[in-house]
Write a protein that binds this ligand. Structure first.
Ligand code: NAP
Length: 298
């Protein structure tokens, strides 16, 4: 009897724990050497429950690696000017090494204006045009956490990307576009031949089936089925969705990939939860450590 082959799981939870351990050791070393304790601040506007959860877990994660953290809670009806004043305050606060503005923001606020007002040296989310530009040019700077987390997973699992055909589904500024650029850069991981698909792509399955590495960031639950994936492909699932379930919570998490089906034919796959998700916070902490060490900006 032949044993049925299933994909190797890329364990983002374990890798994130390892990355955080490494950060914790470096924070302890900084404190031992009498440097200031790295400080991560977060700005949150309104009461969006998902944003509250994300900010709480970022704060907790920062504290667990020995950093200090603070949260600026602002009302839903805040004006753009008032929010910009908070940004200016954080830009000038010497105790704050890096900060994030949790998205989404309410409709009266111009998101680009707010991101553009953050000092690039403190932009640990890597969303400021200066940091995006540095990433495009291959210069040292903050790379946004989710794409950075994907690259870290590929690196730590020694997945060969050079010369491979990588298909990225989605072209958002925070995931699809940056990861497509990172995968095509002259670097390791990188050096892949990249195709980007989006909602206007025709016959998307022709592209997905041609992928050696398939990165899915489209925000459509279980969109990718087994017949859309090449045998032996590496599948990275960025999507996070709540699917109704008959359990205590009333839901369970799923990704953009139909995990149960696709795991039977892929060589590697990230689960949801426990794949890309945990890496995002770990990479935010890594950026905060870089900010405290003034690695990219003096
Ligand atoms: P987004 O801003 O909504 O972008 C989705 C992208 O997918 C867009 O480029 C869109 O095309 C494309 N798209 C949508 N439907 C499509 C379809 N049927 N076929 C092909 N392309 C399609 O989403 P995002 O912020 O990048 O996030 C994507 C997913 O990742 C979401 O589930 C989100 O929750 C998750 N996420 C997870 C993490 C994490 O830490 N794990 C972090 C960020 C996001 P157009 O450009 O043409 O509209």
């Amino acid at each position: 009897m032949t044993k049925k082959k299933t994909a190797k799981i890329i364990d983002g939870k374990a890798v994130a724990a390892k990355v955080k351990e490494e950060i914790k050791a470096q924070v302890a070393d900084m404190i031992d050497k009498h440097f200031d304790t790295p400080h991560l601040a977060a700005v949150i506007v309104g009461e969006n429950p998902a944003s509250q959860t994300y900010v709480a877990s970022k704060e907790k994660a920062a504290q667990r690696v020995g950093m200090t953290s603070s949260v600026y809670r602002l009302p839903q009806d805040i004006t753009e000017d008032e929010l910009l004043k908070t940004i200016e305050f954080l830009n000038n606060d010497r105790e704050v090494d890096g900060f994030i503005v949790q998205l989404p923001l309410p409709p009266q606020i111009d998101v680009d204006k707010v991101i553009g007002a953050i000092d690039p040296a403190k932009d640990v989310d890597g969303f400021h045009p200066v940091n995006v530009g540095k990433m495009v040019l291959g210069e040292p700077g903050y790379v946004s956490a989710t794409p950075a987390g994907i690259m870290e997973l590929l690196k730590r699992y020694h997945i060969k990307t050079e010369g491979k055909h990588c298909v990225v589904l989605g072209r958002s500024n925070i995931v699809g576009t940056p990861v497509s650029i990172l995968m095509s850069r002259k670097a390791n991981p990188g050096n892949a031949t990249v195709t980007v698909c989006h909602s206007k792509t025709e016959n998307i399955e022709e592209y997905t089936r041609a992928a050696d590495i398939l990165i899915c960031a489209i925000g459509r639950p279980r969109f990718i089925k087994a017949d859309m994936v090449k045998q032996g492909a590496v599948v990275i699932d960025v999507g996070i969705h709540r699917i109704p379930a008959d359990n205590e919570k009333g839901y369970r998490l799923a990704g953009d990939v139909d995990f149960d089906e696709v795991a039977k034919i892929a060589a590697y796959i990230t689960p949801v939860p426990g794949g890309v998700g945990p890496m995002t916070i770990a990479m935010l902490l890594k950026n905060t450590l870089s900010a405290a060490k003034k690695e990219f900006y003096r």
